[in-house]
Design a protein around this ligand. Structure first.
Ligand code: HEC
Length: 113
């Protein structure tokens, strides 16, 4: 955008979350991603690497757009995406609700890719 500044980008980012993420969901997602939400899931860094940027065959998840992150685990949970690698994710997302996944996605979108 001609004449745009870093300030414009920040405003756009903030608008994005106001539009799509329910209040508190970034914090809720952080608890799930970092601590596993008290046994509800496995801390993502255990497999996706300390910065969630991926490790070996495991894809990066930091900074992915919410529209990408939510449908992917949902496919694994429903069984639409199967296979050896997806099997690793299955216990991770088994107990997560769609709301949990949305919160996780909101948090991941705030991390540097
Ligand atoms: C036990 C290891 C393990 C843990 C813990 C784990 N993952 Fe994964 N994850 C994987 C593997 C392996 C894949 C690749 C699956 C495939 O290729 O089908 C994957 C894939 C994904 C994908 C799809 C990415 C893509 O590019 O297709 C997302 C999104 C994801 N994980 C999110 C998470 C989140 C969020 C957490 C924490 C709540 C988490 N994962 C915890 C192993 C893990």
């Amino acid at each position: 955008m001609p004449g745009s500044t870093a300030g414009d980008t920040l405003t756009q980012t903030r608008d994005f979350f106001i539009t799509y993420a329910p209040v508190g969901s970034v914090r809720k997602g952080e608890v799930l991603v970092v601590d596993g939400g008290g046994g509800k899931t496995t801390p993502c860094a255990a497999c996706h690497g300390p910065d969630l940027k991926g490790a070996a065959a495991i894809p990066p998840i930091a900074g992915r757009s919410p529209s990408y992150v939510v449908p992917q685990p949902y496919d694994i949970q429903s069984g639409a995406r199967a296979g050896e690698a997806a099997a690793l994710m299955k216990p991770v997302i088994q107990k997560l609700t769609v709301d949990d996944m949305a919160a996780i996605a909101a948090y991941l979108a705030t991390r540097a890719p």
